[in-house]
Write a protein that binds this ligand. Structure first.
Ligand code: ZN
Length: 478
């Protein structure tokens, strides 16, 4: 259990001016909660409940009559369903500028990737800013309070401090953000020379970003992870040195692994072993590593992942969209690995709705293993406690209980597509995914009446459309 931290960590953040927030002083009372899905150790669901937060931390949770509000800000949940803020553990936010990109709409992973990489030759920090803001608004409205972004696109000429824009964009909206400094150091048919960087440049930027933005304290709003893209774009030395630097600095490690069968075959041919063993040889084994997708593992690999307490970010919609396969969620969990959810990049989803991802995880697991293979509660576990664990935040996030951060998603009890549901919590997952009414991040109301505060959505979306068109048209001109 996290010890309540009297001061918000960003209060006196010595680095990363963009990540600075005013301290959420004071109390917040969320009352009139129809169903409170705590995700505590006994997975209690409280009815007619309330949550009291102070300076960003949960002080008390209860059923029945709420405590007196005395000077507290009051958020009326209107009989809705409150879950812990959900956690998105895999994304490529820049890709929402290539949603439903027709030339690659019907391709599997590798040709799909090769088909959209040429779009990004002249990608700038401003482009990442607008893409990140749209991605974060989508996520916040779908219940997410902590997201990662695996950004591996650094055009060799003029990439500059590109990922800084992601931190700035997320901070402006008040969502927690883990910038995964992605990287590619080996050109290939898929990732041409211009989209790669030398390893010393990559490691220097990892170090710089960590120094500027990473806040390791409980309640942190911004962290950095190191994230080589895949074994087909990154050398063994790249994996080894990234792990060495990450462990020296206390950062987590993220990469793609086991997404498709061709990648596994290619690794055996080129590297002499399957990707998981190859990465393990270069230091990528341990509970500070979480892998994106993790679909095509052997039984022995599943046992290995479990023994090492590694994490897997399950991205069911992307896996279905690209026809990649079905993650062995239950086998991985039974072995001891932690499974969380990721919406994945929006060129292969093509939306970023995290509650919908929980629904898709349930449905996809049932396709293979039957109707009893995943309950709605288990799907919500992946989205909350699983995500917090994979991002190293189980001590302060992932559940609603005293001592944890006040990160709350307030969903309406029903909508048109769930009206009359017998069990509202089951309806939240089984019915068409809905948006939040309200979202609280570290005790601050960031979404109210279904609107993200502090952003004018119309102009943002117009700017995003213009930016997307610029990339589409740029490709046509060659
Ligand atoms: Zn990915």
């Amino acid at each position: 259990m996290a010890k309540p931290n009297p001061s918000h960590p960003s209060d006196d953040m010595p680095r990363g001016g963009a990540a600075r927030h005013a301290t959420p002083k004071g109390r917040l009372l969320v009352r009139n909660i129809g169903h409170l899905v705590t995700m505590d150790a006994s997975r209690r669901v409280l009815k007619g409940a309330w949550v009291l937060a102070e300076d960003g931390w949960i002080r008390a949770v209860g059923e029945g009559r709420a405590p007196r509000a005395d000077g507290a800000e009051v958020l009326d949940a209107r009989g809705g369903i409150v879950t812990p803020g959900m956690v998105n553990t895999h994304h490529h936010m820049f890709q929402n500028l290539a949603r439903a990109f027709r030339p690659i709409s019907n391709l599997p992973l590798l040709p799909w990737l090769a088909g959209h990489i040429p779009l990004w030759r002249r990608f700038t920090p401003d482009d990442l800013f607008v893409a990140t803001q749209v991605a974060c608004v989508e996520l916040m409205l779908s219940g997410c309070t902590l997201t990662s972004d695996h950004h591996y696109l650094f055009p060799r000429d003029g990439a500059g401090d590109i990922l800084d824009a992601g931190f700035h964009a997320a901070a402006a909206l008040g969502i927690r953000y883990v910038g995964c400094r992605g990287s590619v150091n080996q050109p290939s048919d898929i990732m041409p020379e211009w989209s790669t960087q030398d390893l010393d440049v990559i490691l220097a930027d990892c170090d710089r970003l960590h120094g500027r933005f990473h806040d390791a304290r409980p309640g942190s709003m911004a962290q950095v992870a190191f994230a080589p893209c895949t074994v087909f774009g990154c050398s063994g030395e790249h994996y080894r040195e990234s792990a060495r630097l990450a462990r020296h600095l206390g950062a987590r490690l993220h990469t793609h692994c086991g997404e498709t069968i061709p990648e596994n075959h290619d690794a055996v041919e080129r590297l002499g072993s399957r990707p998981l063993a190859y990465m393990a040889r270069h230091g990528w084994e341990g509970d500070d590593v979480w892998l994106a997708h993790g679909i095509h593992f052997t039984d022995a690999e599943v046992r290995r992942l479990g023994r090492a307490r590694m994490g897997v970010a399950h991205c069911p919609v992307s896996n279905m969209r690209l026809g990649s396969g079905v993650c062995r969620v239950n086998d991985l969990r039974a072995a001891g690995a932690t499974v969380s959810l990721g919406v994945d990049g929006s060129a292969s989803n093509d939306s970023g709705h995290l509650l919908n991802e929980a629904r898709a995880a349930l449905l996809l697991t049932r396709v293979v293993h039957g109707a009893g293979a995943m309950t709605p509660e288990q799907a919500l576990e992946l989205a909350t406690v699983g995500g917090a664990r994979n991002l190293g935040r189980e001590a302060d996030l992932g559940s609603i209980e005293p001592g944890k951060c006040a990160d709350l998603a307030v969903f309406p009890s029903s909508d048109l597509f769930s009206n009359g549901a017998h069990d509202p919590v089951h309806g939240l997952v089984l019915c068409h995914a809905r948006n939040v009414d309200a979202l609280v991040v570290h005790g601050r109301v960031r979404v109210r009446d279904g609107q993200v505060l502090g952003v004018e959505l119309g102009p943002l979306l117009e700017r995003h459309r213009r930016t997307a068109r610029r990339f589409h048209d740029g490709l046509k001109k060659g």
